[in-house]
Design a protein around this ligand. Sequence first.
Ligand code: SF4
Ligand code: SF4
Length: 459
Amino acid sequence: MRQRRPHELVDYYVRLILPEPPPPRFDLPSIVGVVTQRIRALREHGEASPPLHLARDMAWLLLSLRRADPARRLFEALPPTPDSEAGLLAAAVELGAPLPRHLPPAIARILASAMQRYDLETDWLRPLVEEGPRLVNLSLTENCTFRCAMCFKWRNQVPPEAHLPHRAWLKLLEVLPLAPGTTINFAGAEPLLYPGLTELVAAATARGMTTAICTNGYLLRGNVLEKLIGAGLHHVALSLDAMDPVIHDRLRGVPGAHARALEAIAALAAAGAPLRLELQPTLMAANLGEIPRLVAFTQEHDHLHGLNLLALIPPHESTPDPAWFRGPYQHLWPQDPGAVEKVLEGVITARAARGKIANPVAQLRTFARYYRDPTTYVRTRPGCPLGQDFLNVNCDGTLVLCPFLEGTEPLGHAGDPGLENLFTSARWQEATAALATCSRNCHLVLNCGFSHEDRVNVG
Ligand code: SF4
Ligand code: SF4
């Protein structure tokens, strides 16, 4: 079907829903009223969902008017189907260049959740936000209670005085010119070791950010959990590598790690909080056979919203070595790529049947290629796909784009003057340009930053 251009949509939309003759002025409350009535009528006449074009056109109108409250009212009237949310995204795409640059947080969040749920192309959202990253990773602490086999952050044990003071984190969240809906990922090592986490989550949520933590779950209980929920946390990514407690505890280096992760999941379910809880296993030799069990566990439990599989990368804080997967970390690396591919194809099948797998299919197929040969760059051309999209702040307040490339100059420090103009500054442009030739299979290429462009390149 030919896509309508924005001005045609306006005509079409007005003809479709407005009473004849059209009102003398463009009156949003009356438009919303008419549309809502039409949706109710459709539902009363047995329509399971309004036609996609109707949802899309409504969404277009609301997006173009940048009105969050009527958008929310309309979406409440829509039955919760892929059509209603996909319609919003289709509208965003159809709009093309005239997209609003600064969406209200409520709309940005609807878009983000729809993208995740229906595996819609994430790059579509890019024009909807201001200049600057879409994901800011705050490494609040470099300390960790675990002793994982695939990550050596726990060896750091950074003293308290080397960490950015709490008030400086709060100030940073205040001054960075982030668009509403930007994800603030409170990371670590283990972010729950950071005493002021709740206050930071509340500050970011109050600014309209989407807040997330990446945790091993050991400390996610009782008072801590209640306070985080109260602060409005949106997303928890919990590392669970196996359903078998022996395997999980061995990989994580702490007896009882598995039991505590399951307790955290149960506590979150009991709390009934409106946050997204996702399991995040890393695919390794020891847990290859556990991946189907983790998928089944996720799909069987309503309080688990998804599973996001991670590819194994060289352990954090290990000595750089291009042959790392053959050398000291050979025991972590699955030796049979055919077996890996079979497991990944099983995940793809389960995804099609029952959903709740956060990885796009193209990413899972990229993983299969990567496990066959981790030295071949998974993208078809060099260049960091995240230059404009990702900002990392180290625990001492250093701002960096790429946390892996040795010798790259930091962008600055959390205490620097002028951060309110960072994303339009020359130093931001220079730093992002400097990443244009990188061709590493880093975790930002493979895992959390897997991009739409890579989806296109993978068969
Ligand atoms: S993977 Fe997570 S839990 Fe394990 S040592 Fe690293 S930071 Fe800690
Ligand atoms: S290692 Fe390369 S691809 Fe990965 S984040 Fe750094 S610059 Fe980007």
